[in-house]
Design a protein around this ligand. Structure first.
Ligand SMILES: [Zn+2]
Length: 73
């Protein structure tokens, strides 16, 4: 229970994170609110974030496409 160095609230799995996200969306009408959750490689949990797509996912996808290019050569 030491939390995470991101200082964000940690959720143990994506289901918990999604539920928390739904709750926040229901209550918050304006301002910056989390729009999605992402898996954290530091604590192996999940965090909510209001920024769209800054985690490793898009990067991985790009690398994956590059990898496919290599395969087809
Ligand atoms: Zn974390």
């Amino acid at each position: 229970m030491t939390g995470c160095s991101t200082k964000k609230r940690r959720y143990k799995n994506d289901i918990d994170a999604q539920q928390a996200l739904n709750e926040i969306k229901k209550r918050a009408a304006r301002d910056k609110v989390p729009i999605r959750f992402y898996p954290c490689s530091l604590c192996n949990g999940f965090h909510l974030t209001s920024s769209p797509g800054h985690n490793g996912k898009p990067k991985e996808l790009k690398l994956y496409k590059l990898f496919l290019k290599y395969l087809h050569k």
